[in-house]
Ligand binder design. Sequence first.
Ligand SMILES: NC(=O)c1ccc[n+]([C@@H]2O[C@H](COP(=O)([O-])OP(=O)(O)OC[C@H]3O[C@@H](n4cnc5c(N)ncnc54)[C@H](OP(=O)(O)O)[C@@H]3O)[C@@H](O)[C@H]2O)c1
Length: 362
Amino acid sequence: MPTKALLLAGRVTPETFFQLRGPYDARINFRNRLERPHMHAWLCENPTGVDALSWKELPTPEPKAGEVLLEIKAASLNFPDILIVQNKYQMKPALPFVPGSEYAGTVQAVGEGVSHLKVGQAVACLSGTGGFATHTLAPAALCMPLPPGFPMVDAAAFIMIYATSHHALVDRAQLKAGETVLVLGAAGGVGTSAIQIAKAMGAKVIAAASTQEKCDLCTSIGADATINYSTENLREAVKALTDGKGPDVIYDPVGGDFAEPAFRSIAWRGRYLVVGFASGPIPALPFNLALLKGASIVGVFWGDFAKREPKANAAMMGQLAQWYGQGKIKPVIDRTMPMADLKAAYAHMGSRGVMGKLVMVN
Ligand SMILES: NC(=O)c1ccc[n+]([C@@H]2O[C@H](COP(=O)([O-])OP(=O)(O)OC[C@H]3O[C@@H](n4cnc5c(N)ncnc54)[C@H](OP(=O)(O)O)[C@@H]3O)[C@@H](O)[C@H]2O)c1
C-alpha cells in the first residue's frame, strides 16, 4: 500500500509519513494539506485552449495587503474568458492562472489596509482572472459591495456588460431620447445590456441577431423591432424600419461581414460604436462612407475608461445600480451551471448558443 494511503488508513502517523516521504517540500505540502483549508480552481498552466484547463485542489491563500479572500458564489462567462485561455486576449496573465474575469461572493478574510470591506460582506468583482474557482484573492479596490438582497447570479453577470454599454451609449455616442439604435449581436451579453440601456434612455431599438429565437428574446426585453440577419438582408431591413433614414447609433460587438453594410445604413450625423469582434475578423471601412454621412466611428474600451477615468466610472456604476433597483435593467441569464462543468459552458458559448449570460455557480 502506498505510504499516503497507509496514513489515510490510520496505519502510520503523520510523523512517520514525513520520515518515509523524505523531501522537505513534500512535508510542507502535506502539512499544508492537513492544516490549511482547501479550495478548488480551474487552472490554466498552458494557454492552448479550454481542453488544457484542469480542476485542481489548492491551498486556500491568505490575503496580502490590499486584498480580500472571497468565497465565490457565482462567476459569469464573458467573451474575453474564451480568448484569455488561448493566449489571444490583450491581457496575458503570468502562468499558471485561474480564468474567470467576473464573479460575486462573500468576503472570508481581509488583508492589511482594507477598511471598506468586512468579513461576511457580499461583493461583485471584475478583476480579469480568478473567478472560475471556489475561492479567490481579489483586489479590494475592485470589489463593489452589494446592496442587501442583490442576487449573486445577477451580480456576477452585471459589471462588464452594463458598464460597457452605458459607457458606449451614454458617454461615447451621446445617445438622446427619441433616437434610433441598431444593436448587432443583440441577444449576446453586451447586446442584451445595450437594448435595456437604450430603452432606459428613451431610444428606439432595432435588435439584429442570427436566429428567430434570439430575435424573440430581444423583443421580450424591450426591442421595438428585430432583424434576423441570417435570413434577411440587413441593409434593406434597416432601411425599411427607419423610413430610409437609418439608425442614429449603431452598437457593434460582432465585427466581420455586417460592419460595412451596417455602416452604409447609418443616419446623417450617425455614431458607429466599435465594441468588439465576436465573429473574428476585424472589419475595414472605406473612409468616404464616414464623409458622406457626416458620421463618426467611435471606439469603445470600457476597461481603459475605468482605469483612466475612475471618478466618471464610479458615477456610472452608481447610476447602473440605481437603474437595477428601479427594474430598468436586469441581466438576462441564459442558464446557470455548476462550476465543475466549466468546459461544457465554454463549449456552449463557443457554439454561439448563449442568449444573455451564462453563469457558473458554487
Ligand atoms: N469594448 C469593450 O469595452 C468591450 C467590453 C466587453 C465586451 N467586448 C467585446 O464584445 C464582444 C461581445 O461580447 P459578449 O460578452 O457580448 O459575447 P457573446 O455573449 O458571446 O455575444 C456575442 C454575439 O456575437 C455574435 N456572433 C457572431 N459571430 C459569432 C461567432 N463566430 N462566435 C460567437 N459569437 C458570434 C453572436 O450573436 P448572433 O449569433 O446573433 O450573431 C453572439 O451572441 C466580444 O468581442 C467582447 O470582447 C468589448
